[in-house]
Design a protein around this ligand. Structure first.
Ligand SMILES: Nc1ncnc2c1ncn2[C@@H]1O[C@H](COP(=O)(O)OP(=O)(O)OP(=O)(O)O)[C@@H](O)[C@H]1O
Length: 632
């Protein structure tokens, strides 16, 4: 089981450690020979040379072997995280875990804290809530936890524990073999018996830890579940003025976890102490006793005696390794099992968004009216809801007398609006007018306190809204991977053609094509190698790839220079007609091409009309637009 988890490159570290062990053993044997030769007043330069070469080889191998695991860890971390994100967002069970770990879901691993320690039931890790919302098509909070801390532990286990541990556990065989051949087979056999007792002792100690580890994991699961629960119901808690109760319950769960963590740490310290004191003592005492006995019997020389003592220190390596890293192993293997299990369940594998076809737009909108071709009669009357053709198959969203409360206060009141498919609606208004609140309601993140919100003619529940809408935030989430990987967050199975298609729609294709690595260009941490405008357009492309029916853009041109703003604008304009866009805007320049502009003031509809109509009036829109003109 250990071997199947080992990444191929971990063998480099293992092999180097083996060479180091042989080199060290050779050094110790050579030192014994030097001692014998010196005592006998004989030539010892050959043995000295051998000792020198072996010493240098041992140091070199140890140095290189130590450098491999951290690098491998970074690679493993990226691989598992990427795979997890793709699986979580793409619901592709086949991709859920990188190769080499598929079998662990079923077994939960043979280490403590595996199957028994997995708090997936009885108040443990919140399986339902923590799952990716299949409807939402995004990873759930439980998975977010796995994709962050969990992945780190898996990478640590696979890259930094397995290779060195295998080397450490096999080292005694090499040492005893050399001891048997070059010093004394009897001592080698007796020490072998002692070394073989190590696995028994290891099992014993690990079994002592199963209980506390399981308890710790159960409490950790409960604390996480509590935290997720409070987060999920935060809106409700705030509305009810019950934030303190939520805070208290999280604090209680965290306190219980802290107590258990301290207990676990105490036991861990005890284990390391017992390790160091007992096992090293036993091994060295046994080696000294055996060497004395064989020396008395005239079976070994003084140099052989020295070699036995020195070689005995190498026998202690497996226990030493275990004492230092067994936590890494336990946590990593458990997380690996959880990871594989969580991301390969059929529940998590149901894709709910309609994939785009190569012949249709990424967001199908067969009945969408062309941009600027609304049949609407211009109006500046607030509550007429006269945007789009009204009820009917072409209507994507309808808000009827919608009211929203935050902090016990009505922050949106009586908003009535119809948004047809393919329409472009800009929402503007002074700070605090309720623009973000409206966006949150349309994404299913805030409930309506009164009135109705209809999606395609049906009352919209939060899950349906989360499914239908994708938001491009002001600061889009871009992770350090390639352009293609960032796009495929939204649709892991997307073909290169589909990626190029959405990049073209977002007016980013030419810039990506001009880069030497094209779609495989690394975007850097937080998209550091891309400009602000490119990040915005990449996020727009990703939103398009998701196939969501509604794109909500939060200040799409905020903080951009004029050229970048123009490119983002162009990209959005090209989507009009085929995609339904709602643009939350402070900068009114970005709204000039919208079909309709909803002006919110103090939570109410102050005006609704085309930009030209609103400019002809004397309200907020005309004033703020004039103000912007002066600023520029
Ligand atoms: N979490 C919250 N709890 C209570 N009230 C809130 C909360 N968030 C916003 N509000 C209030 O709701 C009202 C509308 O805020 P909202 O953020 O929707 O306005 P906005 O038009 O988006 O403003 P801005 O342009 O500054 O982002 C404001 O009065 C604000 O104080």
């Amino acid at each position: 089981m250990l071997l199947e988890d080992m990444p191929p490159r971990a063998w480099i570290a293992t092999t180097l450690q083996w060479i180091r062990t042989i080199a060290l053993a050779t050094l110790f044997l050579a030192l014994g020979q030097v001692l014998d030769a010196t005592l006998a007043q004989q030539e010892s330069s050959g043995a000295l040379l051998l000792a020198g070469v072996a010493g240098i080889l041992a140091v070199t191998c140890a140095g290189v072997a130590a450098a491999v695991p951290p690098r491998l860890r970074a690679v493993e971390e990226q691989r598992w995280r990427g795979s997890g994100i793709r699986a979580a967002l793409g619901r592709d069970p086949a991709q859920a875990a990188p190769t080499g770990a598929a079998g662990h879901a079923a077994t939960g691993g043979g280490m403590p804290g595996g199957a028994s320690g997995r708090p997936s039931t009885a108040g443990g890790r919140p399986s339902a809530g923590g799952r990716p919302s299949a409807a939402g098509g995004r990873p759930g909070t439980g998975e977010a936890e796995l994709l962050t801390g969990g992945v780190e532990r898996i990478a640590e286990y696979r890259a930094e524990f397995l290779g060195p541990a295998l080397a450490a556990f096999t080292a005694p065989a090499l040492v005893l073999l050399l001891l048997g051949i070059f010093v004394d087979p009897v001592i080698a056999v007796v020490l072998l018996v002692l070394v073989l007792l190590v696995p028994v002792l290891v099992r014993f100690f690990l079994s002592r830890f199963r209980g506390p580890t399981a308890a710790y994991r159960r409490l950790a699961g409960q604390a996480t579940a509590k935290f997720q629960e409070v987060l999920r119901s935060l809106g409700g808690l705030v509305l009810l003025g019950a934030e303190d109760a939520g805070r208290r319950s999280v604090a209680e769960a965290a306190a219980a976890l802290r107590v258990q963590a301290v207990a676990l740490l105490k036991r861990s310290q005890l284990m390391i102490l017992v390790n160091d004191a007992l096992f090293s003592l036993v091994m060295i005492t046994a080696a000294v006793g055996l060497a004395l006995w064989r020396f008395d019997a005239g079976m070994i020389t003084v140099g052989g005696f020295l070699a036995v003592l020195l070689l005995a220190t190498l026998l202690y390596e497996p226990i030493d390794k275990l004492g230092r890293t067994f936590y890494v192993a336990m946590a990593g293997r458990t997380q690996q099992g959880l990871f594989t299990q969580t991301l390969t369940t059929p529940e998590a594998s149901a894709s709910s968004r309609t994939p785009p076809t190569t012949t249709s737009p990424a967001v199908p909108a067969a009945d969408a009216p062309a941009a600027g071709k609304s049949t609407e009669t211009p109006t500046g009357q607030p509550d007429e809801a006269a945007f789009g053709p009204g009820r009917g198959s072409a209507e994507l969203l309808r808000l009827e007398d919608l009211g929203v409360e935050r902090g016990g206060r009505g922050v949106l009141r009586g908003v009535t609006l119809s948004v047809p498919r393919g329409a472009v609606l800009a929402v503007v208004g002074p700070s605090g007018a309720g623009k973000s609140t409206l966006a949150a309601v349309l994404q299913g993140l805030l409930p309506a306190a009164s009135g109705q919100l209809l999606l395609e003619g049906h009352p919209a529940d939060p899950a349906a809204l989360q499914q239908a809408a994708v938001t491009v935030p002001q600061k889009p989430f871009i992770f350090s991977g390639t352009v293609a990987e960032n796009l495929r967050l939204a649709r892991p199975e997307a073909s290169e053609d589909q990626l190029w298609k959405v990049l073209a729609q977002a007016r980013l294709d030419a810039e990506i094509a001009a880069k030497p690595h094209g779609l495989d260009t690394q975007v850097g941490e937080d998209g550091g190698s891309l400009s602000g405008g490119q990040i915005r357009r990449l996020a727009i492309a990703r939103a398009l790839l998701s196939g969501a029916k509604l794109l909500i853009l939060d200040e799409p041109t905020a903080d951009l220079d004029r050229r970048a703003e123009r490119l983002v604008d162009e990209s959005l304009r090209s989507l009009a007609g085929d995609h339904t866009l709602i643009i939350i805007a402070h900068r009114l320049a970005t709204t000039r091409w919208a079909e309709k502009v909803l002006v919110l003031e103090a939570g109410e509809t102050a005006a609704l009309g085309s930009p030209d109509e609103l400019l002809a009036q004397t309200g907020y829109y005309a004033q703020a637009t004039a103000g912007e003109g002066e600023d520029r």
